[in-house]
Design a protein around this ligand. Structure first.
Ligand code: ZN
Length: 360
């Protein structure tokens, strides 16, 4: 009796420990710039010869043809090295094309691993973002102190304001600050990103081994060099950090991170670019974050942006202040979405700043 009473708290403690070890990687995965494997690498078939491969909450996609493999997003050097070995063992054909969904380091890094056999393709905007100057940055990471550099202070302001939502972790900053001077230069930021061999501007078709893959620039949204990858035979679409951002998990119903505000792209353009994806003829959206989604589910994040835009636009026309908007725009129909409590006001503020800045 005495023993069993004593052992019960011990057992509870063990359960708590186990739960903590299960839960904490998931929490870490919500850090949108976390660079390293969080839940392990994996490969999962989507349809036919089309597969999703993943590194924690980050995913790439690849199509196997008899002429070789077409891969979108190498993610990072360690993952790309692992993936190259897996592909060689399982499919016995080389990677012939690597496509970048956009130039951000947490999706585009690592392609040098495939450079011996592959042609790297990206939207023309990637050329400008890799010309030696600072690129368009995600997560509201901008040169706030106007010293012409991205330094620790610039990064830590958005990181501290919205931990796990905007910015990047201090440890990741230290990791990419190769010479430890407290400044991340464009070269340090893009050290693991290989320059593309080929650029396109609106649309491009890749043919390989009897298969075709279509690339489409949907317009600007999260980045200014976005590519949507469409697999017409498989009726599958891939895109990263748009439609489903790094906060999205199983359910697509999740308020957007809205950093930046909205990454410096007018909300109207976001909405237009989402509609360009919705216009594609597909059954499955298998993007860089989240799960697999139907076409009906893909329409939901765009509808959220439209509703947010309409509400803030109307409040501006009525002369309301930002504080009044935060109190009165409840977006009731989204109260069951992930991050509703945490990010509703932030989304209103981001839309307010966006509409004020890009007034039409
Ligand atoms: Zn991104």
């Amino acid at each position: 009796m005495k023993n069993s009473l004593r052992s019960r708290p011990a057992l509870l403690w063990l359960v708590a420990l186990l739960m903590a070890s299960i839960v904490s990687p998931v929490l870490n995965a919500q850090d949108k710039t976390a660079p390293r494997p969080v839940m392990g690498n994996q490969i999962r078939q989507i349809k036919g010869n089309l597969y999703r491969a993943g590194n924690g909450a980050w995913h790439s996609i690849f199509l196997v043809t008899r002429g070789g493999i077409i891969l979108a997003d190498p993610l990072n050097k360690e993952y790309a090295t692992w993936l190259k070995q897996q592909l060689a063992e399982r499919f016995h054909v080389p990677v012939k094309y690597v496509i970048y969904s956009h130039s951000h380091f947490d999706h585009a890094a690592g392609a040098a691993v495939f450079a011996d056999t592959a042609t790297i393709i990206a939207h023309a905007g990637v050329a400008a973002n890799m010309d030696g100057r600072y690129p368009q940055m995600p997560g509201d990471m901008i040169d706030r102190n106007n010293n012409g550099l991205i330094d620790r202070e610039d990064i830590m302001i958005p990181t501290t304001a919205d931990p796990g939502i905007c910015g990047m972790s201090a440890s990741f900053f230290d990791q990419i600050d190769l010479n430890k001077d407290g400044i991340v230069t464009p070269a340090e930021l893009q050290a693991d990103i290989a320059k593309p061999d080929l650029y396109y501007s609106e649309r491009m078709t890749i043919s390989l081994g009897g298969k075709t893959v279509e690339l489409m620039h949907p317009g600007n949204n999260h980045g200014n060099d976005m590519t949507v990858v469409y697999f017409p035979e498989e009726r599958v679409v891939f895109a990263a950090d748009m439609i489903a951002d790094a906060l999205v998990r199983k359910d697509i119903r999740s308020l957007p991170s809205a950093c930046g505000p909205f990454d410096g792209t007018p909300l109207r353009e976001w909405i237009r670019s989402y509609k360009a994806v919705e216009a594609l003829d597909f059954d499955i959206f298998a993007g860089g974050h989240g799960d697999f989604y139907t076409k009906a589910e893909v329409a939901l994040p765009g509808q959220f942006l439209e509703d947010l835009y309409a509400a803030v636009d109307q409040a501006l026309a009525q002369g309301k202040s930002l504080e009044q908007m935060k109190q009165q725009i409840m977006l009731e129909q989204y109260k069951d979405w992930a991050y509703y409590q945490r990010l509703r006001e932030k989304n209103i503020e981001a839309a307010y700043l966006n509409l004020t800045k890009f007034r039409e």
